[in-house]
Design a protein around this ligand. Structure first.
Ligand code: ZN
Ligand code: ZN
Ligand code: ZN
Length: 419
C-alpha cells in the first residue's frame, strides 16, 4: 500500500481545514537539550557505550514489595499480536505493521529470545516541561485535559549523536505540546467480548499517553526502542509517550497492592507492578487483557472491579480492552520516523490506530467513509492511488467516526521529511 497519497490528502485537508491545529513549539523551562545535560542520578555514570541502568527494575530499596521477575532475561514480545484475546499477547486491531528495514540491535539482547532490562541504553538528559493535566468527574464521565507534556523530566530529543542510545535508536523527533481532551466512562463495564487495541492504550497520571507494547514494526517496543530515564520518547508528531509503566510515576503504595498509575481508554484503571500480597504481578496472574478482578481503591473507595496491571513482562500494560474503548488513539500513531538503522534511514510508519490527520483532526474523506457506520466497522477511502481500507473509530474530541487506515502510517509524513 502506498501511503504517500493518503498523507498528501490528509496534509492538504489540514491546510484547508482551520480545525487542524499546528502543534505548538516545545517549551522547555529546563536546560536546553544538550549532550552535556545529564540527570542528577546519572551524572556519575561513565559515558560508556552501554550504560547499566536498573531503572526498569521497580526494585526500589525502600519498597517492601517483592519480585521474582528476572529483569536480565525478559522474553521478547516481537510479533506477539493476535487476532483474538490471548494472555501474554496484544490483541491488536493492527496486524500489518509496515515498518521496515534492519535496525540497530541493542547489546542488551541476550540472543536467546530474551533481553536484559538492566543493561538497556537510555536517552540521556533532564529537560523539564510546562506540563498541564486535569482530571475531573462529570456526569458519569472522567474528563481529561492536558498537553501531553510530562510532569517529570525527559531526555534530550532528537537523540544526540553523542548519546550512547544513538547507535541503536536515532529518534529524530522533538517533544511537542499537544492538546488532549478525553472523556472516559467513570465506572466502566465489561464489554460482551474484549476489544482489540490500536496504537495507544491509555493515559497515565503523569499526563502522558501510553502506547501499546509494539513499535512500528510489530516488535517489542520496550525491548527495542530506546527511551529516556522516565521510559518515554516522542513519536513523529511530537507526542511524548510510554510503552510501559514509567519509573517516574510514583506507586504511592508502600506495601500490598500497587496504587493507580493511569487509565486505559475503556475507563478501567491501570495499577502498578504489585498485587495484594505485595508480590510482583506476572502474566500468569492476569487474564487475556492483562487484568484481573478484586477489591481495589477507586475514586477514594474500595471497590471490587476489573483493573489492569503494569508488568515487566510483555505486553507491559493493556493487552486488549476489557470494556469498550472510548477512543483508540490521541496521536497519529507510533510513526517515529526513527533513523534506527546505521544509515539513518528512518521509518515513518506505525501502528496508527487512529483516523486522525497528523495534526489532530481527521480529513473529511475519512469522516465521510464512516458515515452511517458504527465504531469498529470496516471502511474504505478512495485515494488517487487506489482504495485504502480500515476501521471506523472516533477521535477524542469528536463524536464523528473517521476511517482509520489499517496498518497505515495514519497520515504521517514520509520518512524523507524527517531530519
Ligand atoms: Zn544514562
Ligand atoms: Zn490487582
Ligand atoms: Zn514509542
Amino acid at each position: 500500500m502506498n501511503k504517500t497519497p493518503l498523507f498528501t490528502l490528509f496534509a492538504i485537508l489540514c491546510v484547508v481545514l482551520t480545525a487542524c491545529n499546528a502543534p505548538l513549539p516545545p517549551t522547555s523551562s529546563g536546560s536546553a537539550p544538550s549532550n552535556e545535560s545529564q540527570p542528577a542520578a546519572d551524572s556519575s555514570q561513565p559515558a560508556a557505550a552501554t550504560e547499566d541502568h536498573s531503572h526498569a527494575g521497580g526494585a526500589d530499596s525502600d519498597h517492601p514489595h517483592t519480585s521474582d521477575v528476572d529483569l536480565t532475561h525478559l522474553e521478547l514480545g516481537d510479533g506477539k499480536y493476535s487476532t483474538s484475546p490471548q494472555a501474554g499477547y496484544v490483541y491488536s486491531c493492527i496486524t500489518q505493521f509496515n515498518g521496515g528495514g534492519a535496525t540497530g540491535t541493542g547489546s542488551w539482547m541476550n540472543g536467546d529470545g530474551t533481553w536484559d532490562a538492566t543493561k538497556k541504553a537510555v536517552v540521556d538528559g533532564s529537560v523539564t516541561w510546562p506540563s498541564s493535566f486535569t482530571l475531573s468527574l462529570q456526569g458519569g464521565q472522567r474528563i481529561f485535559t492536558g498537553n501531553d507534556l510530562p510532569n517529570h523530566p525527559t531526555g534530550n530529543f532528537p537523540v544526540d549523536p553523542g548519546d550512547d542510545a544513538y547507535a541503536v535508536d536515532r529518534n529524530p523527533n522533538s517533544i511537542q505540546e499537544q492538546s488532549i481532551t478525553l472523556s472516559l466512562p467513570a465506572n466502566p463495564t465489561a464489554a460482551a467480548q474484549p476489544n482489540c487495541v490500536g496504537g495507544e492504550v491509555g493515559i497515565m497520571l503523569s499526563g502522558v499517553v501510553i502506547f501499546s507494547a509494539f513499535d512500528a514494526e510489530g516488535r517489542d517496543a520496550v525491548a527495542h526502542e530506546v527511551q529516556d530515564e522516565c521510559d518515554g520518547h516522542p513519536q513523529i508528531s511530537g507526542f511524548y509517550h510510554y510503552h510501559s509503566l514509567s519509573d517516574c510515576i510514583e506507586d504511592t503504595s508502600t506495601s500490598g497492592h500497587s496504587s493507580l498509575v493511569g487509565y486505559a481508554f475503556d475507563g478501567y484503571g491501570i495499577y502498578g507492578y504489585y498485587d495484594e500480597d505485595g508480590a510482583e504481578v506476572t502474566n500468569d496472574d492476569l487474564d487475556e487483557c492483562h487484568g484481573h478482578t478484586h477489591i481495589v481503591e477507586w475514586d477514594g473507595g474500595m471497590v471490587e472491579m476489573y483493573h489492569y496491571h503494569a508488568t515487566h513482562e510483555f505486553p507491559y500494560t493493556v493487552g486488549c480492552f476489557h470494556g469498550a474503548p472510548a477512543v483508540r488513539a490521541l496521536s497519529a500513531g507510533e510513526g517515529q520516523g526513527q533513523g534506527q538503522q546505521p544509515n539513518g534511514q528512518g521509518q515513518a510508519t506505525g501502528p496508527a490506530g487512529t483516523g486522525q490527520g497528523q495534526q489532530g483532526q481527521p480529513p473529511q474523506e475519512a469522516i465521510a467513509a464512516c458515515a452511517g457506520l458504527s465504531e469498529g466497522a470496516s471502511c474504505s477511502i478512495n485515494t488517487p492511488n487506489g482504495t485504502v481500507t480500515g476501521v471506523c473509530g472516533a477521535p477524542p474530541n469528536s463524536s464523528q467516526l473517521a476511517c482509520i487506515p489499517a496498518g497505515s502510517n495514519g497520515g504521517q509524513p514520509p520518512a524523507s521529511t524527517q531530519p
